[in-house]
Design a protein around this ligand. Sequence first.
Ligand SMILES: Nc1ncnc2c1ncn2[C@@H]1O[C@H](COP(=O)(O)OP(=O)(O)O)[C@@H](O)[C@H]1O
Ligand SMILES: [Mg+2]
Length: 198
Amino acid sequence: MKHKGYFICIEGLDKSGKTSQSILLVEALCRKGFDAVYTTEPSNGEIGRFIRKYVLHRKDRVSPIIEALLFAADRADHVENEIKPLLSEGKIIVSDRYVYSSLAYQGATGLSLDWIKEINKHVLQPDLSIYIDVSVETLMKRYGKEKSVMEQFETQKKVEKIYKNLVQEGKLIPVNGEQSIESAANEIFSIVLNYIII
Ligand SMILES: Nc1ncnc2c1ncn2[C@@H]1O[C@H](COP(=O)(O)OP(=O)(O)O)[C@@H](O)[C@H]1O
Ligand SMILES: [Mg+2]
């Protein structure tokens, strides 16, 4: 029987290395002969494109409730129209951000985590969820002088706190993101291979 595929998500703070690591993971899996694909949230579907325009490409922030609902709607669309069809073809999907981003980012605004979980409860559970762990102090250097609204020290600290709790709860597997890009990629690849092969 053909395997149902695997669904992996990569989480972390802004500029922690999610996109670099997601792409490197897909490339490493493909080199090993697996059929792996990269995807991202916000998705490239219509709701995801709307989020980029309406939520992300602006100087201030929209209401946290609107943000949370839009991200949950995009996630439902992403799962139904992209992730599930690819999984049924037996592919390995690597998603650059997923539901834990909603918990961490919208949760950091003070919204109830239970409510965020509730509006996301129909989404698919990932097989593996990895957290790229980089301290906010290190990230502030990566951000440079022109920091976005999201890239403020206090905001990232609040987001980090929720991510760290999710690591403590065993929902996210931490990987040290302060090592070189290549070392972190090797570590992530071995975690994924161990899961897939064993
Ligand atoms: N382990 C690392 N060490 C140093 N710089 C890194 C590391 N990982 C990523 N970067 C750099 O940080 C920036 C953000 O990386 P990116 O993968 O786009 O992060 P994200 O998708 O989490 O925002 C890029 O310039 C990237 O080259
Ligand atoms: Mg990115």
